[in-house]
Structure formats: structure tokens, C-alpha cells
Design a binder for this molecule. Structure first.
Ligand SMILES: [Mg+2]
Length: 295
């Protein structure tokens, strides 16, 4: 694209300080010294204009931050430490280099908070909308990766924070729960980050672990944004807490004797019991609602 050399030079000038980055962005590949004697965890996440953000409303800085934070949240879900990130940007024709720089600075800002530099990427222009992908490299750093598959019958089910109504703005400015994940990692049996909504993400844990679950409606911490949204759409706040996406809190299971940080919202049951929601007066199946992205 026009100005590509300028852009690469500009990125090089952003002084990526890492003793382990032997060849920085600007060559065919970056070269890092993987000095760690541990496991490498790798993931990639893509965000699309009109689905995960709206470029007519959100700034490129915000968009870049969000993409990076989604990847960092996946690191939290596995209890690994973020190490390096790579990004690609499909830039709509007409967006200039300054726009790409702002995207980069958003990525960078979010990554810096976890010592996770952007060590490579690719940018191109096309006739479509803005698409940004980030590939994240994480390391286990002494912690066995936590998967979705370890929940056991009798485990408590916990969430790290209040849920619902993230469309009101939190979906752009959340903080990935990397620090908490590392803190609780020795005690949790399964974990996931809440990107698709509690009802859907709980289903992932139950399927992968081969278990059922009961959730106590009264125990779910409902975010004040869910209350505010309820005023607008008349949908009960609890439904927002159960089904809205993009909370980016952690959902985890652990032996209930452990005094874990977070809020206990339920118990793991045998698979044959299904996934149930216990309300004041009755129990009903907790069906994951088709998650429609807020935008
Ligand atoms: Mg995830």
C-alpha cells in the first residue's frame, strides 16, 4: 500500500525494547529468542467492522486495544502469560497511514500493559471493511494450562465479576483477567473467558468436561450496565447477565472447599442432569441463547 515503507519505518521507530527480539518487525519474519523452558500457547482472533466494532463510531485506537485485549483475555482463560503478538490489518481504501498508526498504538497500549510486544504483522488496503487479526503467543511459565475440560461433579462454578450490558461500552475497555487467572490457576479445574455470554460459555465447559451444571439465578452478579440496558429494552437484567456477550470475565470451576476470589454462581452436576437454572420458584433448562453481537 502507499506509504508502506514509511509505515514500517515508523513501526521500527517505536522502539520495541526486548532483549529477546533479535530481528524486529521489518524483515520477512521476526526472530525471537525463546529462552523459556515451558509450553508455548498460540491463538488467533479476528475482528470485523460491523460485527465486533463499528468504525464509524469507534476510534482506531479503541479498536486496536480491543483486538489485543480479546487475545490477552484468551491467555487469561488458559492461565498463561502473554509473550508476543502479531497483527494483520485489512484497511479499507481511503483510510490513510495515520489510521493504521492509531490502530497499532491501540494494539501496543493494550500489549504493553502485559509486557506483550507486537513483533510482526502485515497491512494491506482493499475495497472491503476494516478487518484486524491478532495472533498471540503465550507461555505457561510454571502453570499448567487450564482447559475447558477439567470440571468435576461437585465443583463450584465461579465468575470473576459482574455480567451483562457490555454493549453500553465495556466491550471496548475491559481489562483482561490475566493476573487473577495466574493467582487462581493452582485451584481451578476448568476455565474459559466469557466472550459469548455465560449461557454459551458454560455450555463449552460442560461439553468439554462431560458434565452438567446448575446455576443459581440469585447468585449471579448482575452488572449495573445490565440494569441500565434493561431500562432501555425492558428485558430483565438477569437475562442480560445470562446471555449477553463480551463480558470478558472468567468463568471457572473448582472444589467448593476452596475459598476462591470471585462469586460462586452454581455447581457442577452429572451430565445426565443437564444444564439448569435455579430461580426462586423453579428449575428450568438453561438454554444458550443465540448470541447476537450488540452492534
Ligand atoms: Mg476465549
Amino acid at each position: 500500500m502507499a506509504g508502506e515503507f514509511d509505515f514500517i519505518n515508523w513501526i521500527r521507530a517505536q522502539s520495541l525494547k526486548s532483549d529477546n527480539l533479535l530481528v524486529p518487525p521489518g524483515d520477512d519474519l521476526a526472530v525471537v529468542k525463546w529462552k523459556f523452558d515451558d509450553l508455548l500457547l498460540v491463538g488467533v482472533d479476528q475482528v470485523l467492522d460491523g460485527v465486533h466494532f463499528d468504525s464509524s463510531i469507534h476510534t482506531p485506537r479503541q479498536i486496536g486495544k480491543k483486538v489485543m485485549n480479546r487475545n490477552l483475555s484468551d491467555c487469561a482463560a488458559m492461565a498463561c502469560l502473554p509473550a508476543y503478538a502479531l497483527a494483520t490489518v485489512a484497511l479499507p481504501r481511503g483510510r490513510n497511514i495515520d489510521y493504521a498508526k492509531e490502530l497499532y498504538l491501540g494494539l501496543r497500549e493494550a500489549g504493553d500493559a502485559f509486557d506483550c510486544p507486537v513483533i510482526g504483522g502485515d497491512t494491506g488496503s482493499w475495497d472491503g471493511k476494516l478487518v484486524v487479526t491478532v495472533t498471540i503467543l503465550g507461555r505457561s511459565a510454571g502453570v499448567k494450562p487450564i482447559t475447558r475440560a477439567g470440571a468435576k461433579v461437585g465443583d463450584g462454578i465461579y465468575v470473576s465479576g459482574p455480567l451483562g450490558g457490555s454493549i453500553l461500552g465495556r466491550h471496548l475497555i475491559f481489562e483482561p483477567r490475566v493476573v487473577l487467572a495466574r493467582e487462581i490457576s493452582a485451584r481451578v479445574s476448568a476455565m474459559i473467558d466469557l466472550s459469548d455470554g455465560l449461557s454459551r460459555d458454560l455450555l463449552h465447559i460442560c461439553r468439554e468436561s462431560g458434565v452438567g451444571a446448575i446455576i443459581y439465578a440469585d447468585a449471579i452478579p448482575v452488572h449495573e450496565d445490565a440494569m441500565a440496558l434493561s431500562q432501555q429494552d425492558q428485558r430483565p437484567p438477569i437475562l442480560h447477565a445470562l446471555h449477553d456477550g463480551e463480558d470478558y470475565e472468567l468463568l471457572y470451576t473448582a472444589s467448593p472447599t476452596d475459598n476462591l476470589p470471585g462469586t460462586r454462581i452454581g455447581t457442577i452436576n452429572a451430565a445426565s442432569e443437564g444444564i439448569l437454572l435455579q430461580s426462586e420458584w423453579h428449575r428450568e433448562p438453561l438454554d444458550p441463547l443465540g448470541w447476537e453481537h450488540p452492534l
